[in-house]
Ligand binder design. Sequence first.
Ligand code: GAL
Length: 664
Amino acid sequence: MQLGVCYYPEQWPEDWWADDAARMVQMGIRYVRIAEFAWSRIEPEPGQFAWAWLDRAIETLHAAGLRVVLCTPTATPPKWLVDADPGMLAVDANGQPRGFGSRRHYCFSSPTYRAQSARITAAVAQRYGQHPAVAAWQTDNEYGCHLTVLSYSLAARAAFRTWLQAKYKSIDALNTAWGCMFWSQEYRSFEEIDPPVGTVTEANPAHRLDYRRFASSEVAAFNRIQTDLIRQHSPGRDVTHNFMGFFTEFDHHDVAADLDVATWDSYPLGFTQDFFLGAAEKARYARTGHPDIPAFHHDLYRGMCSGANKNRWWVMEQQPGPVNWAQWNPAPLDGMVRLWTWQAFAHGAEVVSYFRWRQAPFAQEQMHAGLHRPDRSLDQGGVEATQVASELKALGLHATGDAGTERPAMHARVALVLDYPSLWMAQIQPQGADYNPMEISFSAYSALRQLGLDVDIVSSRADVAGYALVVLPAHLREDSALAARLANSGAQIVFGPRAGAKNQYLSFADGLPPGAFAALAGVQVQRVSSLPPGVLDTVNWPNRALSGNSHWREDVQLQGAEAVAHFDDGHPAVLRHGRSWYSAGWPDAAGWKQLFSRAAEAAGLATEVLPEDLRLSRLGDCLYVQNFSRSSVHYAPSNHAQCLLGARDLAPQGLAIWKLQPSA
Ligand code: GAL
């Protein structure tokens, strides 16, 4: 467990650098990420590189004993490059090219920008690839940030046509797959196909889905050009990219296939304000963030890398104080930066790196905190980072080698499947304005966490054997390979509504939903309803418990399954068939907890009813108890655990770490 920080030497006078580096070391920081936006300083004129300042910056960090995470600067192509090649700009859905003056204005499909990106990547990797301070690389910065994956440029159109041709081979195959006889949409050649924008009403859903798949593969291809070059010039160093929160615009599993470590940028308060929580929850969690928002992503990104790098992940940017970009930007309660940092470690992070060393008093992010204020004084985030560093040292948890060399394991027995193409399907045809597949996935995850369960979030290609419980909250995509693996797994399986409903062309799967999952689930869905806000069904459970259902409900015919819970009009709401459970609606938290408690019991997993906003994570032989609530909470682990940090009584924002005795 180690700490890092994002640092921008180009934003500060050079005579501050050595002092900054010395204070980083003093604070207990080991990794420093630099240069992801520094293209205009590295190459101020076309082909003229100004390396001297970056040489000195890296030397300064090296001399202090710090490890450098060096970035490719491709998220911010400089003005001279844009002016020389305006065709490299991304184009929005109205045909408007993105303007210069912020960031991420490039189009992933532009062949000329790909060449420029390869050129600058090779130049930086050649110069610093063998530098002893350079421990890792980050490609670009937050692919897709500010909704920049989808571009409708001429370059994207040409690449889409080529992509379609490779996929379908013949135009007749495409016309059939997309159902183009509907509304006379038939094409005579791939050259006739445009991106799915500008149509009078919605464009063909299969067309839109293919555009999403195409755009996603463009991101992976763009990234791969950089990872290949970095590995060539800087072998043996970890290569990563920093992913985002609740972001679905590309298939992260495909990009992660080319990385050694997945990293992500954790802004719990910003995400709490900007995503789907209701007004009451936004207010309640305004200064702590929803406890499961960071955890959800920690568990998601832990599952990104595979093979020898399985479970390798970091937080690359940790919120240090108020941010500037959410609708509202409250300051975290004192203690939250420390708790978030420990929460990430408790979910297996190798490194937690704060964004950023110092708040810059100029430009777009001047209102965004850092570990230090603009006048160089230590801010609250810096105080708490210092505290975590000394706690890590005192506990002997502070890794001394490079990240990834010592890795305690998490042993989650529950897997939650997150499938990006399924998310795209629900986004393209939500059927109800607020059917958000990320939201239903998150609500299922949160319920599992409230029951004290550790969760791995896995891809649909993951090996599910070995899990006791597998949950598919939003797996719309027909997936007979996964159905076969689930059938052979021995796990209890929980299907959310709409499971298996659509084939790969976003048409009905064979037979009625749940398609390939029908044999497992023992149900057939005969009619679906999306429910406007305020329309609430009550669900009755056999133990007389009541829960709520909103957004969605299905009328199902039993084909072997039995009803476990009913809507108040008597229709089945939750069904059970052998090891499978099927939810014919969108349960509230109480409903998910009823369902998961039963499935967990059948799986032989113990659940707990935790105090509100208390969360547990088990890593290695330790239990981490995290109090996100605004009041003190008592929590005593049941077996003979030894308390390493904190106590049974946890203060608000408090943490306790217990060493668990191996069970006899
Ligand atoms: C991230 C981004 C950083 C910075 C930060 C502010 O999305 O990677 O460069 O903008 O947000 O919170």
